[in-house]
Design a binder for this molecule. Sequence first.
Ligand code: HEC
Length: 121
Amino acid sequence: MKRFAIFAVLLAAAPGAALAADAEAGRAVFKSQCSTCHSPVQGKNAVGPSLFGIVGRTSGKVEGFHYSEANKAAGLTWDVATLDKYLTSPKTVVKGTIMSYAGVKDDAKRADLIAYLETLK
Ligand code: HEC
């Protein structure tokens, strides 16, 4: 959590500089943890919806993807704070989600991952 707080401050202060290193590490986290179900490419849905442009997007809005009722009704904005909570424990934030993924428990890895997700635009 502490590392995330620092990351959030850096993000606000100097996005470019703070993101470079973290996003690269986050790309590897994405590859090993998310890419079996999610593509970073716009319009490419797989088991899960494309994560292109995910940061700042409203939940359940990827065209052509069949979400669960839970995800459709969640009414979340995927900002950094919400993604941090969700990616810690998806089922806690979206009860009834069909994303069968336990979560990224390591704070630093999660912050890196979210930095990578921010580059997908
Ligand atoms: C086993 C497959 C699987 C894995 C692994 C997985 N996801 Fe998902 N994800 C899904 C599915 C399926 C959904 C749609 C959930 C629903 O409709 O309830 C989803 C939904 C999401 C959403 C919400 C999208 C939206 O438009 O509202 C986000 C954000 C997300 N996943 C991020 C991630 C990240 C980041 C990882 C890696 C840490 C990950 N997921 C790992 C299958 C997966």
